[in-house]
Design a protein around this ligand. Structure first.
Ligand SMILES: [Ca+2]
Ligand SMILES: [Ca+2]
Length: 335
């Protein structure tokens, strides 16, 4: 009997100790988490004007030197969010031979007075199979100044059905006045060539202005789209002027343009190479699709001078000869 009582007392003591220690542990864990990271109350959010960048979807592979830059500055904060797109490759080995844009992602931010608290970057698009991938070939894949990488994710680590493709969440070190981030990233499209992509790249910056915490949001919209001028019937209507930034080559064999000319009107049509290169020819047709002039020289720049012999919509065709490469061009038409 005495033994039973002692045993009961021991069990009650253990239970009592359990009841005291376990909630105590929970309380101390909760307390330490509260003490460690006081809640940052954001007093106001400023959203910078969205910057849009888009090009015709290239074919083959082509070196690019494109920049999409969102620059914001007021009397509290200045910040430059820059996506510098240097390459497009239809068979980029690193991404499983898929159509891939390669880019430098940089963000440089400075608080006028006060300090920067944290930075969050996220890349989102609705197209399920596409990938945005940080180039994490070594531990220090991101070059950080006054920041440390708290958490990041990209392909394979996020819900593949979701629109979030990659993110990086950084905390500032020792309340710095300025921070910077640089990393190389790959945007692999994994879509049919006629698909139009829109990727939203967002930088959210939390800073202390000397009195309160505020947030700055900078958005860059990246787009790439096919053209719709592949037949005489769907030719793009143009007038005198320069049409720059279109491409031909790769999967895109024909670019047709139509322009209204009157009989005896002189016209000069020229195609100037902007970047990339491919072999192509230049043709002009009348209303009945009779070929009236051509330039089939082996030059990346071509030109035609001619006089129209009937009134109506004449056709200009830029026809590529090879699939392995593409060329961005400026079409200039004067009549
Ligand atoms: Ca085109
Ligand atoms: Ca075309």
């Amino acid at each position: 009997m005495v033994g039973l009582l002692v045993s009961l007392n021991r069990k009650m003591a253990v239970v009592a100790a359990f009841l005291v220690i376990v909630p105590g542990l929970f309380f101390s864990v909760w307390l330490s988490s509260v003490m460690r990271e006081p809640t940052v109350v954001i007093a106001g959010t400023t959203t910078a004007n969205t910057v849009k960048w888009g090009i015709e979807r290239p074919g083959g592979s082509v070196d690019l030197s494109e920049e999409a830059v969102n620059t914001f500055s007021n009397d509290e904060i200045s910040s430059v969010f820059n996506l510098s797109i240097f390459d497009y490759d239809e068979s980029y080995g690193g991404m499983g031979s898929q159509d891939t844009f390669c880019m430098n992602v940089t963000a440089s931010s400075q608080a006028s007075s006060g300090f920067i608290k944290n930075a969050y970057m996220v890349f989102e698009e609705d197209y399920g199979p596409s990938i945005f991938d940080w180039s994490e070939s070594n531990v220090n894949w991101a070059e950080l100044q006054n920041l440390y990488m708290k958490e990041y994710a990209d392909f394979g680590e996020l819900d593949s059905a979701g629109s979030e493709k990659a993110f990086a969440r950084m905390e500032a070190v020792d309340n710095p006045q300025s921070t910077s981030f640089h990393a190389v990233a790959h945007w692999a499209l994994y879509s049919p060539k006629n698909y139009t992509h829109l990727m939203n790249a967002t930088l959210e910056l939390v800073y202390f202005n000397g009195t309160v915490y505020k947030k700055l949001v900078q958005l860059i919209e990246l787009g790439t789209h096919p053209d719709s001028n592949n037949t005489p019937e769907t030719a793009e209507k143009i007038q005198n002027g320069t049409y720059a930034g279109n491409c031909v080559g790769g999967y895109d064999h024909h670019d047709y343009y139509s322009i209204y000319l009157t009989s005896n009107q002189k016209i000069n049509v020229s195609v100037k190479n902007m970047f990339g290169s491919t072999w192509y020819n230049l043709y002009v047709y009348d209303l009945s699709l009779n070929q009236k002039a051509f330039d089939e020289t082996n030059n990346y720049d071509k030109t035609i001078d001619m006089t129209a012999d009937s009134s109506g919509y004449w056709l200009i065709e830029i026809r590529s000869l090879y699939e392995s490469s593409c060329m961005f061009y400026a079409l200039e038409v004067y009549s």
